[in-house]
Write a protein that binds this ligand. Structure first.
Ligand code: NAP
Length: 328
């Protein structure tokens, strides 16, 4: 079969190759998924660059999520239940950028027929993170402000739409002024650019002198520091990405005197802490919000696996619109 393979960590456009590799077969408790589509997410790119929290042994194939059909099952009851079904393939070890992927049977989640392949392919990483972070961890209430950076990302746009749906207000930070009008049109209550002066000063002009109780940041570095300075006493900043690759310089006085906190969120860790019934409820909640369009991903270009190099370049482009997908 054809698979995207990298033998060393580095720039995805340089180190990724499409290769012929042996077709895999599932072992006990596993299923084989004939992959249809898989998105190019920042986490996949970070793994290839060797900058993710957990790294695979090499050579390796990226791809944490995607949609496909279960075409072979290993011994075990769960596999038999999903044989022949179209599933969301959650691949915690990576490996979905291939014609076939092996995953644990419990991570093959059947998808309802009314959810199209493009949405099913990206139904886990971003939509579940948004629900988990905003509704389950921060529990943002109606009328409250939620401050977010990188607000033009696929995930950030879902947060804006969830704000309209759930009744909380979003204060959105982007790095390019050109993105402001678009995010306002999407429903962002306030949109500011980090190029227009210190983020925390802009936030206090909008949300009031105390600042905000909730903030989420996938950027880090000076942006993350300014997000932290935007917090009201007892406010919480959730870090969930490392887009800048920079550490966050924090004034300890703000942590000590105001009881402000910085926490990390990682979807894999959060899901593992759920019981099976609780995670089924989360998947049901996600599917219903995808149907409503609230947690639907904006989809960009779809590339065949043979054009992998173009796909990863496009995924990295500044100001790109929509999630890049690989057709497998
Ligand atoms: N912790 C978790 O479990 C978890 C789960 C899901 C996602 N995430 C994280 O969520 C983030 C967004 O994911 P996504 O799929 O929505 O991303 P995406 O659609 O690829 O969008 C990336 C966005 O980040 C912006 N950006 C990139 N580098 C930046 C920088 N140095 N400073 C400021 N903005 C920057 C881009 O801005 P432009 O529009 O200006 O180009 C773009 O809007 C990623 O960091 C991802 O790793 C984490």
């Amino acid at each position: 079969m054809k698979a995207a393979v990298f033998e060393r960590f580095g720039e995805p456009a340089e180190v990724l190759q499409v290769r012929d590799v042996p077709e895999p077969h599932p072992g006990p408790g596993e299923v084989r998924v004939r992959m249809i589509l898989s998105p190019v997410n920042p986490s996949d790119m970070m793994v290839v660059r060797g900058r993710y929290g957990v790294l695979p042994s090499l050579p390796s194939t990226p791809g944490f999520e995607g949609v496909g059909v279960v075409d072979e099952v290993g011994p075990g009851l769960l596999g038999r239940l999903v044989r022949g079904k179209r599933v969301l393939a959650i691949n915690g070890a990576g490996g979905n950028w291939a014609e076939y992927a092996i995953i644990p049977a419990r991570q093959a989640r059947p998808i309802a027929d009314d959810i199209p392949d493009e949405q099913a392919a990206a139904a886990f990483v971003n939509p579940t993170t948004v629900l988990a972070l905003v509704r389950h961890v921060l529990k943002v209430r109606r009328g409250e402000w939620l401050l977010q950076s990188a607000a033009g990302s696929t995930l950030g746009r879902m947060v804006i739409k969830l704000g309209r749906h759930d009744g909380f207000k979003t204060l959105n930070v982007v790095r390019r002024r050109e993105a402001i009008d678009e995010l306002k049109a999407l429903g962002g209550d306030a949109v500011i650019s980090s190029s227009d002066g210190p983020i925390d000063e802009q936030v206090r002009r909008i949300a009031g002198p105390d600042g905000v109780r909730h903030a989420i940041d996938p950027v880090g570095g000076d942006t993350g520091a300014a997000m932290f300075r935007s917090l009201a006493p007892e406010g919480r900043l959730m870090l969930y990405g490392t887009l800048s690759g920079e550490p966050i310089p924090v004034d300890p006085r703000l942590v000590i005197s105001g009881q402000r906190t910085i926490e990390g969120f990682w979807l894999g860790h959060w899901m593992r802490a759920r019981s099976i019934p609780a995670s089924l409820l989360v998947f049901r909640e996600v599917a219903s919000m995808i149907r409503k369009g609230v947690l639907a991903s904006e989809i960009g270009r779809t590339y065949p696996l043979a054009e992998l190099g173009e796909a990863v370049k496009e995924a990295d482009a500044v100001g790109r619109h929509g999630k890049v997908l690989l057709r497998l």
